[in-house]
Design a protein around this ligand. Structure first.
Ligand code: GLU
Length: 427
């Protein structure tokens, strides 16, 4: 197609550019048509809101928040909302972009979205957190709805905040709408198994990777960066149910290491009684975050934030398998180094898709007002993750490429099919 320069789109930011490169690598490999490539490179909708919140002392503070819908080609947008002092549009747009491919790689009938508020929630009282959450949700409500865009938890947001979101939306529309957000408490339209789902998915695909690489997960050593919702459940399930040995864990307070293996249940108890951090855990020795990432282990699970593994760290990584519990934990340069070293990377859009998969189950249960038990949820999750891991692995072999590019290929083919069938309105 001859290039007519009709409009020059401004770059969104460095993280979004990295995400675009991941997409383009796969798109080029399969010869994706130019029209679809152009369309899917950019987020469909971006909303920025500045909103007031009255603090407990009567002072009003103004916060900034975002909701981005990258694509709604395959269904309503889906993706979490995070609270973090470093939230910005580049990050939220990248996370929305990744949600499109994550939902597609799992074959869920959703597009991709994400939201965030730039705030350190630890500095707010419970009432301030509630007021901030309700006002933010009201501000973005013009984009939200059970058939439009369905938020969920992400970094620093939890089931109580999802309950406030659900109630706020329901009050504003005048009818209780359970399906407007997922990750709610189980006694309020939430799903069994949603809490553990991302961590469980991480363990499931780690096991699949061991299988195809001819490694035994039983006794395999594991290091986990991040001990929040993803890292703690991943560590617990991979050790208790798959027999791996978690030797190191870290969180914002630093890392801990015990070559004999950590008792994760005991560590979770310690964290909960220790103000939410693992620092000072007596049955292990302290290590730095960098030491954790470069430990001589079989499996490394980065389950914290973006860009955790950069080129410098990648040079020293000794793990054979990396399972990306976090979104975007590996930089572009780091990935090149790791692939050259032969590290098997299970990409975020597959590795941490267990969360959104059980979110999908929650949404389905809400819409039909009929709830499934935990065994059903776990069985369905495992079946879907094993199936799509297999699909991605097969694609990796077919194109002789890496797992990330293979996952994008699987996802892009599904989204592209939807775009072709729907066409470009108006024609
Ligand atoms: N925030 C999670 C993610 O990044 C879950 C999203 C969802 O359940 O919608 O995948």
């Amino acid at each position: 197609m001859e290039e007519r320069q009709l409009a020059k789109l401004e770059p969104i930011g460095p993280l979004y550019e990295m995400a675009q490169h991941q997409f383009l690598k796969a798109a080029e490999l399969i010869g994706l048509e130019e029209n679809i490539k152009r369309f899917l490179l950019w987020p469909q909708r971006i909303l920025t809101v500045h909103f007031p919140v009255m603090m407990d002392d009567g002072e009003v503070h103004v916060f900034v928040g975002y909701r981005v819908q990258h694509s709604t080609a395959r269904g309503p947008a889906k993706g979490g909302i995070r609270y973090h002092p470093n939230v910005n549009l580049d990050e939220v747009a990248s996370l929305a972009f990744w949600m499109t491919w994550k939902c597609a790689v799992m074959n869920l009938p959703f597009g991709g979205g994400k939201g965030g508020v730039k705030v350190d929630p630890k500095k707010l009282s419970e009432r301030e957190l509630e007021r901030l959450s309700r006002r933010f949700f009201s501000e973005i409500q013009i984009m939200i709805g059970p058939n439009r865009d369905i938020p969920a938890p992400d970094v620093n947001t939890n089931s109580q905040i999802m309950a406030w979101f659900m109630d706020t939306y329901s009050m504003n529309v005048g009818a209780t709408s359970l399906g407007v957000v997922t990750g709610k408490p189980v006694d309020l339209g939430g799903s069994e198994g949603r809490n553990e789902a991302t961590g469980r998915g991480v363990a499931i695909v780690a096991n699949e990777a061991c299988d195809v690489l001819g490694m035994d997960i039983k006794g395999a050593t594991v290091a986990v960066q991040g001990f929040g919702n993803v890292g703690s459940f991943a560590a617990k399930i991979i050790s208790e149910e798959y027999g791996a040995k978690v030797v190191a864990v870290s969180d914002i307070s630093g890392g801990i290491y015990n070559p004999e293996g950590l008792d994760i249940e005991d560590l979770i108890r310690y964290r909960d009684e220790n103000g939410g951090i693992i620092k000072g855990y007596p049955k292990a020795q302290p290590i730095t975050n960098e030491e954790l990432l470069t430990l001589d282990v079989d499996i490394l699970i980065p389950a914290a934030l973006e860009n955790a593994i950069n080129a410098e760290i990648a040079k020293d990584v000794k793990a054979k398998i990396i399972v990306e519990g976090a979104n975007g934990p590996t930089t572009e340069e780091a990935e090149k180094i790791l692939l050259e070293k032969g590290v098997f990377i299970i990409p975020d859009i597959l590795a941490n898709a267990g969360g959104v998969t059980v979110s999908y189950f929650e949404w389905v249960q809400d819409l039909q007002s009929f709830f499934w038990d935990i065994d059903d949820i776990r069985k369905k999750l495992k079946k879907m993750m094993v199936r799509e891991f297999g699909e991605v692995y097969k694609t990796k072999k077919k194109y002789d490429t890496d797992m990330r590019t293979a996952a994008y290929i699987v996802a892009i083919e599904r989204v592209a099919t939807a775009v072709r069938r729907r066409g470009y309105y108006p024609m």
